[in-house]
Write a protein that binds this ligand. Sequence first.
Ligand code: DX5
Ligand code: ZN
Length: 217
Amino acid sequence: MCLVAPSLLACNFLKLEEECKMVNESEADWFHLDVMDGRFVPNISFGIPIIEHIRKIAKKTCDVHLMIEEPGNLVPAFKKAGADQVTVHLEACPNLHRNIQQIKEFGMLPGVAINPHTPVSFLSDILADIHQVIIMSVNPGFGGQKFILHTLEKIKQLRKMIDEKNLDVLIEIDGGVTVENAAEIVHAGADVLVAGNTVFSAVYPVETIRQLKNITR
Ligand code: DX5
Ligand code: ZN
């Protein structure tokens, strides 16, 4: 079975507590928390104080996706806010290996995210050091975009790379995941489905999470 990570970016922030409780009570595995800086991506979302509040109520892994430049400056603050996993963007990190080591030193699981134009081969020399890869299946910065089909090929390539190296790295797919395309994504080799609008715009989000969760490879 795959892991499901609802992206709180799409939740109703006026009802943040209720939305978090819904995720707690559902079959979801992680809280996916999108941080944007208005520089690496053309949008600003939420940051440390919101994550601190979510952490107080979240009973599951807090998976923090940093769409920010110079993430190293803020790694200690995200640890303090309660992040369990921190993913940084390959495109934002000229010293990626250092960033990954720092995340580990702070006791969190490190990940690397790649944008739609970045080939998976760029991950080959960092793969052994990380816990998860986020393959962006939309251009980062906004929820509710359409899944970029070419991503399926990237998932297959990365699955092959991970299996050939006999590694335990999780493949997380972020952007445009729907109940309709989720099976194809998992069959291509994904381990984790991030879902924002598909979950939080659903009439019965718990049921939608269950549908995603029940997909098997
Ligand atoms: C986009 C974010 C995603 C976003 C996904 O930059 O990284 O996590 O919330 O939203 P949906 O699932 O609505 O495409
Ligand atoms: Zn994300």
